[in-house]
Design a protein around this ligand. Structure first.
Ligand SMILES: [Cu+2]
Length: 158
């Protein structure tokens, strides 16, 4: 099975940028899998849920099934898809998410996304959220810096 929002065209230039955005050093990634342009929506005070986004490319020769997701900062992480249902936007977990060989899974606002559920009290005070994807191709660790969406910078205005 392939996800609906994947692209046939791996964005090589974007992937190169990622290594710099994602952290201090390039993280070892399983054969074929790499991520770019990761970010997480800032967590408003009192909220325990937020979304994370990235482009995850599979440049390997075989499909990579995502078996589990975990974060040290949330009770659980789910991969959601968003759809319109009678004019209402709904999201639900993707069953057996798989990134086909040569495909890019694009996680973006309004579409598929990582859902961080049960965030710890201080998760929103850091710079980023971590998430580990355990896949049939190996593990991929992502660091998603807080980006657009809300109050990460607001503390300085009080
Ligand atoms: Cu969601």
């Amino acid at each position: 099975m392939s996800l609906p929002n994947t692209s046939r065209r791996p964005a090589a230039a974007l992937l190169l940028t990622l290594a710099m955005v994602a952290g201090c050093s390039e993280q070892p990634a399983p054969a074929g899998l790499s991520a770019a342009n990761g970010w997480a929506r800032a967590v408003p005070p009192g909220k325990t849920v937020t979304a994370g986004f990235a482009e995850i490319a599979n440049r390997g020769a075989s499909d990579c099934r995502i078996d589990s997701l975990a974060s040290g900062q949330a009770e659980r992480v789910e991969l959601h898809t968003t759809s319109m249902d009678g004019g209402v936007m709904r999201m639900r977990p993707i069953a057996e998410p798989t990134i086909g060989a040569g495909e890019v899974l694009r996680l973006a606002p309004g579409g598929d996304h990582l859902m961080f559920i049960g965030l710890g009290e201080h998760a929103g005070h850091g710079d980023a959220l971590d998430v580990t994807l355990v896949t049939s191709c190996g593990e991929l660790e992502l660091l998603l810096p807080f980006g657009r969406g809300a109050p990460a910078g607001d503390h300085s205005h009080h």
